[in-house]
Structure formats: C-alpha cells, structure tokens
Write a protein that binds this ligand. Structure first.
Ligand code: ADP
Ligand code: ASP
Ligand code: MG
Length: 817
C-alpha cells in the first residue's frame, strides 16, 4: 500500500475480510516449541483464522536440529544415538499428552511409536539415502499434532503432508512445479475445515522426499499462497518483526516496520533467519501481502513486506553470516567467474579479483565443477557482514561510511551485491558480536523515523505547515521527520509514504476523505514509524478527548489546544499518568502566551529548586488590546466592534470578555507550577452583564452599548487617581493558601501591567529567588507567526528528547517472557 489515505486503506481491509479470502498462517518452530507456546498458537488461530485458511508449520522447537544431530550420530555410529532418539520421542510424547484428551493422545502416541520405529530402521540401514525422510518427521509430527488439537478444541481440521502434492525440480534450486503441485493440492484440500500443512518438506519429480533448506517453512508458506491464491501470508515467529540487526545480539536494533520486497529478498539471501532466501519468490506475480508477526504478542503490529515509498526505502540494516568459505581461483575471473556465481548462487564474488564466497556445504560441488575446468582452488574459512538497504550499492555516501567503519578490521574485500541491495564485506575471521554492534551503530546511526500528523488546518495550522519545509531543511534534529497525516474537523489524509510538505495543503484539498475518530485511531494505532507525533492545532474539545487513546499507543502530542490541559483534575491527572506509563511526551507550550517562554521559565525554576509564590499578568491578547486602547474617547462597545472587525476578538467577543479563556490559561500555568487546581478554584469575573449573556451573537452585538456605562465609570474612577483598568490573572501561593482569580483590576499607571503594546501578554513570576524584583516575560501572546513558531519550538524540543532516548529491544519471547 504505497499511497493510500486512511479511509481507502481501512475500507480495503474491511472488504478483504468481507470476501473471506484464504489466508496463510505460518508458525515457526520457535512458536511451537513448548506446550505453552502451542496454547498461544491455538489462541492466535481462534482469533485470526477462519475455515478454509491454511496453516503451515515448522517442526516443534529444535526438532530439526535434533534430527540432524541424530543423523550425524548414526553416520558416526555414535553410541549415544539411541539416547538421543529416546529424548526426541519423549519431547514429542510430552506435547501430545499435555495437549490432547487421553483418547486422541493414545492414538497419536501409537503413530509416534510407529514413526520412531521407521526412523530407527532407516538410521540402522541406509541413513544417507534417507536423510530427507528422517528430517521430515519434525514437520510431520508438528502438523499432525496441531491439527488434532484444532479438531478437538477449535474447529474441523485436517493435516496435509506436503510431500503428497508439492513437487520441486531439485534440492539445489527448489523450483516448484506449479501445475502439478496445484493439481495434486486441489485434490487434497478439504472444504470448510482448517488445513494444517507441513512446511519445509516436499518431493522431487521422482517422488523422493526433499527439503527446502533450513528455515524452508517460510518458503513453503508463500508457495502455499501461490497454490491457493491466498491474499495474505503471516509468518508468526518469536520476534515481532524484522529488525535492523539480530535483536538477540544487537540490543539497539530497531524494528523495520516496512520492508521493500527487494530488500527483504536480500536479507533472506544473506542469512536473516526470519525470511528464508526464497520466501519472496512465489509472490512476485500476484499481489499477496506478506507480514511478520510475533506469536508471543499478537497485538503488536509487525513488519510488512511489500512495495513502499521513500521513507521505507531509506532504512538500513546489518546482517552477517559465519561459517562460509572464500574460494579463490583463476577460474573465477571473467565470464567463467560469472557462471560460477550464478551456478552456486554465491553469497558474493568478484570476477576481476577471482573469488567467490559460498556456504561450507557447497565446497564439494565447487571443487568438482572446477576439476572439470582443470584449475586450482584455495578455500579459506570466511564470514561476511553486510549493510542492506534499498539500492544501497548506488549510494556513494553509504559505501564510504561502510568502508570507514571497517577501516580497522581484517577485511578481505568489500563487494557490491549482485542484487544491488547490499554492500558485503568479506571477513577472514568470524563476525563477532562487537563487530556487528559497531557496524550497526555506525551504519544506521540508530536513526529513528518519526511520523508527524497535523490536526487543525485553520489559520495557525496553515502557517505551521507553511513553515515546515524550511524547518525540516534547516534543523538537523528534524532530519527524520516525515509529514504523514493532515486532519481537519471533517476530513483526513494519511499517507504512509509521506506527504510532500511543499504541497501539503493542495494535496489535502484533492485527496482528503471523510473520517471519524474510530477510523483515525485505527490507522494511528498501526502506524509504521518508530515514533508518531500528533500536533493538535484544533480548538476542539472533542479532538482533545482522543489524547488518552494517543498516549495509550505511545503517540506523542503537541497541543495548542487548551482543553486537555485545563480539563477536570481527574481527567488531567489520568492524562499525565497514561502519558507517563506509555512514555508518551506531551508538550503544550503554546496553550498559554503562544510562543512566549513562560512555561519554560516556570519549569526551569521548579527543576532548579526554586519555589514559586506568584504568577500573574495579562494573558489575553484581546483584553490587552481593548484595555490598552480604551481611553473613553469612544464608547467601549465601539472599540469592541473595531477589534472584532480586525480579527482581534473571537467571532463572538463574549468568549474573550467572559474571562473564561484567561481562567483556563491561569489554570494551565498553576498546574505547570505543580498545583492540583480545578477551574472552579479560580474565581472569574465575567465582563458581560447577565442581561447580555444568553443572547445570540447577533443580538449581543446589536445591544453591546449596554457594556459602555460600566467601563466608562470604572475608567473615570481610576483615572481620577492616576490609575488605569486592566483584566488581570493572579495566582498567589502562601504556604497552604492559594488564591487564584481573574478580574478587572485598577492599577497604578506605573504598574508593570499598565503600559503594554496593545495585544501583548505579560507574565510576572515571583519566587523565592525572584522576590523583590520579579521575573517578567512580555511580548506578543497571540498571532499566526508566534503561535506557529511556538509549535515548531515544541516540535524541535520533542525531537531532542526522543533522540536522547536509548531504546533497548524488548521482546516477549527473547528477554521478557
Ligand atoms: P521461526 O522459528 O519462527 O522460524 P527463526 O528462529 O527461524 O524463527 O527466526 C527468528 C529469529 O531470528 C529470532 O529469534 C531473532 O532473534 C532472529 N533474528 C536474526 N536476525 C534478525 C533480524 N534482523 N530481525 C529479526 N529477527 C532476527
Ligand atoms: N524445521 C526446519 C528448520 O528448522 C524448517 C523451518 O523451521 O522453517 O530449518
Ligand atoms: Mg525459521
């Protein structure tokens, strides 16, 4: 899904469900290792599968390793062979007994006994000829058991041994005979049941058992998708996605939420165990969706593999392979070298330098091939470490960084991958944990991608967006910010691949779709970024009610919207606690005084150990303008109409005159200063007389002269004493006693609040340190530029805090079971 808006994307998902398309679910060995793991898998199947879906399974846990070991013991005539077989049988028997009712368990145990009998026979007589047959028991047992549990507990189910239908040309190439396999498969399928199919195993054209290579069940899953026309394949494993390096070894690895097909293919080729090298092959000619998810925590969204835009293409990851061989020979030069690379599907090679890098088990085949060309070859143990990313061989800067990073290592050569998505360093010593971490750190710079959603596209929202391109270009901290969402009160445009910041509003006008909060939350909770920031520039209380849901998803909020910060004390504290618990950041510096740094001053004093005793000032630009301008030369109502026509007041000036906005701002500052105050703790003088309070806006404006007498008399009385009138917010803290009010006050003409530039705000802070001579912050407290600027200041501040955070991979299966 490269360019979809929220509505289309969700509608597509719903349609897909409605069509009840077949889905493939592959459970890896790690997901089926123990009784507890299998119980989890049953739960996942209950929630995510429907009849006619197909489940592909690997052998339980390490069964394939155990079978390999047994095979080697048989070849070496090891005396421990029978103990190993007993142990393997015991593990299987335990799973059967734990998970099935006694009647079914007895039947399964009988099957197991006869299988073990057969296994022993092959091991005793012709192990070499039966290696694949021996290995196939792992998947066979696993499929048979899971299907029996499903039949007993969940729904009708059958199991299918893939050797009965899946035909490949040979084990080296593993090319599927699609037609024959499909024909045979269609005869096996049982409608209205859940099919459980063995991964990893198949047959060749002569009917002999074959395997698809280690981790081959991933490939089985996508083959099954191709044979059944499934639209979705989920690889359920013990990690919640594909990481920028093996998370067991690199704790700072990041999840790659979206992986372009080519990059995924290259990762599989270079040994990433989550994706077998050939996994993507069957998916190339139809639009099946592939994703990786954790069977240990199925609520977490995993990695999507598909076609994506620029943001996903920027990702880099690091992978390695040990136990390789570096083969050097004159025959690997020129055309013959190309032929060798193709034939042996080498990890990498260079037809000028005359080497190829192969897997150890290929040594014999390579030697034989070279013997026919009569040239000498030397084999040296080797390893590779690779930087993998979309078309990475064409990025000179990344190449240079890779070389610099490996400057002090013993590197035999650095090669471009034949598939353009990786740079491969050939090492003549194993790749160590330290090296992997060092290269990962240097290559990925621990970069995290941050999605930005802007909600509220009015006056300030538009200005914020207009400033965004230059901010992104100039401020290094914003390097990995991507604008991915625009939301107005009715429409939304969400684009996972990023919205062009220079054309954001135009794109919004053309492409935005109607949405509701449920749809919006549904997208936001599955966003594919490391972090997501919602900038709330709406005046909407309803939108502010989404904050708890944002925080629960770990989404950060920058709010210019005053509702949340001035909501009831219970709601406000719940918000703070939810944000904290989910490590969400919430900045709202523009809720009071637009861009003025009053919040910074308060927080800094508190963080530094000072204690605040008073916060007061003029917090409303509108009321500042009205009282600075009012000199009784024209009636107050005329001045108010004037302000209204200049856009200085709200469309209904009573919103300003009521004092409620100032009251909310004082509440926000009080809470910032650590007080647990409610709105009702702040007395508020409403400047609108009762007779005008319940009129319509129009009626109010028509009758506004009723305001005049009050203000004229207050003004004249003050003037007589060389004083003036101002609307003041005042909070004082004396020990346990807190006084808070917003009201019209009479001030001396030389008071700090008396002579402002009309529209300016002023904030006065008294504290233990700023006592006799208070701290005063003064300047424009409203306006497009300063408010949008203040929001940008919050954005930079959030990014700085996020950069400083050190994430360590936490995976339920691996380190937090
Ligand atoms: P399954 O049993 O489901 O087939 P595997 O054990 O084959 O799973 O592969 C999953 C393992 O791969 C994880 O335990 C993880 O530690 C490891 N792994 C190695 N590299 C990566 C990576 N880059 N991203 C995610 N997991 C990785
Ligand atoms: N059981 C096989 C293995 O361990 C196949 C797989 O798990 O995908 O390699
Ligand atoms: Mg695997």
């Amino acid at each position: 899904m490269s360019h979809v808006n929220v509505v289309e994307q969700l509608t597509a998902e719903r349609n897909q469900l409605a069509k009840q398309a077949v889905q493939i679910h592959k459970f890896g060995g790690s997901s089926l290792a123990t009784t507890q793991c299998i119980e989890r898998v049953i739960d996942i199947i209950r929630q995510h599968c429907q009849l006619n879906d197909l489940i592909v399974v690997s052998a339980n846990g390490d069964t394939t390793d155990a079978l390999f070991h047994i095979y080697q013991q048989a070849m070496a005539q090891d005396s421990q062979l029978h103990a190993s077989i007993d142990e393997l049988q015991q593990v299987q028997a335990q799973l059967i007994e734990d998970l099935l009712s006694p009647a079914s368990a007895n039947r399964m145990l009988d099957y197991l006994c006869s299988d073990v009998h057969q296994l022993k026979y092959w091991l005793a007589h012709a192990p070499e000829q039966h290696q694949a047959d021996l290995l196939s028991f792992g998947e066979l047992w696993s499929a048979r058991l899971l299907s029996a549990i499903l039949s007993e507990r969940v729904c009708p189910s059958y199991y299918a041994d893939a050797r009965e239908f899946l035909v490949i040309n040979n084990e080296r190439e593993c090319l599927v005979d699609n037609q024959l396999s499909q024909e045979q498969f269609s005869q096996l399928v049982q409608p209205n049941k859940l099919g459980v199919v063995t991964g990893y195993i198949c047959q060749d054209s002569e009917g002999k058992t074959c395997t698809l290579g280690r981790n081959g069940s991933d490939y089985s899953a996508t083959i099954m998708a191709s044979l059944s026309g499934a639209l979705n394949v989920t690889l359920w494993t013990d990690v919640d996605g594909i990481y920028s390096a093996d998370p067991r070894i690199v704790p700072s690895a990041r999840k790659l939420h979206r992986l372009p097909n080519g990059v995924a293919k290259e990762l599989g080729r270079l040994g990433n165990p989550v994706l077998h090298a050939k996994t993507l092959q069957p998916l190339t000619d139809h639009s099946t969706h592939l994703h990786v998810a954790s069977s240990f925590d199925h609520q977490i969204s995993g990695t999507e593999i598909g076609k994506f835009g620029q943001i996903a293409k920027q990702e880099l990851s690091v992978t390695y392979l040990n136990e390789l061989l570096l083969a050097q020979s004159e025959s690997f030069i020129g055309q013959l070298g190309d032929e060798a690379q193709q034939r042996f599907q080498c990890v990498c090679g260079d037809n000028k330098a005359g080497y190829i890098v192969i897997h150890q088990q290929q040594q014999k085949a390579v030697s034989q091939w070279l013997a026919s060309h009569d040239t000498e070859v030397s084999f040296t143990p080797a390893a590779i470490i690779a930087t993998v990313g979309h078309r990475v061989i064409h990025h000179g800067d990344i190449k240079a960084r890779f070389k610099r990073t490996l400057k002090h290592e013993r590197v035999f050569a650095i090669a471009d991958s034949a598939y353009e998505h990786s740079l491969i360093a050939v090492l003549i010593q194993p790749c160590s944990v330290e090296l992997l971490n060092h290269v990962h750190h240097n290559m990925t710079k621990d970069v995290r991608h941050i999605g930005l959603v802007v909600a509220g596209l009015g006056n300030i929202g538009e200005r914020f967006l207009a400033m965004l391109p230059e901010q992104l270009a100039c401020i290094p901290l914003l390097e990995n910010i991507h604008l991915v969402g625009l939301v107005s009160s009715k429409k939304a445009l969400i684009n996972n691949d990023g919205i062009d910041v220079s054309k954001a509003m135009i794109q919004f006008e053309h492409e935005a779709q109607h949405y509701d909060h449920e749809l919006l939350m549904s997208w936001l909770s599955h966003h594919p970024y490391d972090e997501l920031i919602v900038v709330d520039i709406t005046p909407s209380e309803e939108f502010s009610l989404l904050y708890p849901a944002f925080f629960k998803q770990g989404i950060h909020v920058i709010g210019a919207n005053k509702w949340a910060a001035s909501s009831s004390i219970e709601h406000y504290q719940h918000l703070l606690a939810t944000a904290k618990a989910n490590k969400s950041l919430w900045l709202g510096n523009t809720t009071v005084g637009a861009g003025l740094p009053v919040n910074y001053a308060i927080q800094d004093l508190l963080n530094s150990g000072d204690s605040i005793t008073e916060i007061s000032g003029i917090f409303s630009g509108t009321l500042s303008w009205l009282f600075e301008s009012y000199d009784n030369s024209v009636p107050f109502s005329t001045l108010m109409h004037d302000a209204l026509s200049q856009g200085i007041t709200e469309p209904d000036p009573r919103e300003d005159l009521s004092g409620r906005d100032v009251q909310r701002k004082l509440l926000i500052l009080a809470r910032m200063a650590g007080l647990t105050l409610s709105l009702s703790d702040i007395s508020c003088q409403n400047l609108v007389p009762e007779s005008l309070q319940s009129l319509s806006t129009q009626e109010f404006l028509a009758n506004a002269e009723q305001l005049d007498e009050y203000f004229a008399s207050r003004f004249l009385a003050a003037k007589q004493n060389n004083q003036c009138i101002r609307y003041i917010a005042r909070l004082s803290i004396e020990g346990e006693t807190i006084n808070a009010r917003v009201s019209l006050e009479v001030l001396n003409n030389d008071d700090a609040f008396a002579n402002l530039t009309p529209c300016d705000n002023v904030f006065l802070i008294k504290s233990q340190w700023y006592h006799d001579n208070p701290l005063i912050i003064r300047g424009p407290g409203a306006g497009r530029d300063v408010t949008a600027g203040g929001l940008h200041s919050d954005l930079v501040s959030i990014c700085r805090q996020l950069i400083d955070r050190h994430h360590q991979v936490k995976l339920k299966s691996i380190n937090t079971l």
